[in-house]
Design a protein around this ligand. Sequence first.
Ligand code: ADP
Ligand code: MG
Length: 293
Amino acid sequence: ATPTALLVASGRGAQLGVFIKGHQALESAKAIDTVVLDKTGTLTTGTMSVTALEAADGVSRAEVLAAAAAVENASEHGVGRAIVELAREELGTVGEAEDFRALSGLGVSGRVDRHEVLVGSVRLVRTEIGTVPPGLDSRRQQWETDGHTAVAVAIDGRVCAVFALADTVRPSAAGAVAELRALGLRTVMLTGDNESTARAVAAEVGIDEVVAEVLPADKASAIARLRAEGRVVAMVGDGINDGPALAGADLGMALVSGTDVAVGACDLILMRTDLSVVPAAVRLARATLRTIR
Ligand code: ADP
Ligand code: MG
């Protein structure tokens, strides 16, 4: 491309809220056949709220909420923030945990009033603690089928509650996915959340394929696998946890909201949280390269 053509593309890009990092990004955008979208924080807002809490027999709601919130108090994750928020509403205060540990993409643990507390995905709690009581397990299965995220709470080696959390699908998600498909692109959701939840959300927004239960550290390998199948892959993420996956894609697109700056790994920076900017960027790249040639 000539410098002038690139400038034109950048000018139009700026109007759309797309910042293009160099000419190679346009070439890549034209060649892609698959668009991978991160779920939490990209297809959804990532701002969660607790919609249900089921405690095991003999365990009080207040007790389990207090313990879970004390551990989650140190977490930045949407799940943690939602649990802390509920505790503030229902209990007025939130305690603190000792020996806080965050297991990225899995959950958190810590000690609250000399009790060992673990809050995390059902998979994590099963591996670390053991079986989830049948009553709690059937509730969480139902929640997941409905598209909610479920987490379990264990206190002193006993699974004693499950929480359901709702995230909000961005209003622009379904339209953007439909446009991507109309452009001939295959759409894939990539998430650390469980398979049932992921499938429910994918169905809601019209996504073709789901790759679920992927740890943050494995997201780049998931992208590499798609590329090894011969696909030319664009990845859309929030640019914070998704850095390696964005860098490993043929085209990395970071959706940033104003103040975020962790965008080093991507080729296109989308300065809006309106997902319609994703197909717009692809169309812009195609049109620009047509003009140049
Ligand atoms: P995504 O890929 O959708 O952004 P994450 O990798 O952030 O999801 O999280 C994957 C799963 O790990 C969550 O659905 C949840 O079950 C669990 N998890 C992550 N962080 C926490 C936390 N602070 N508390 C409890 N569970 C958590
Ligand atoms: Mg995410």
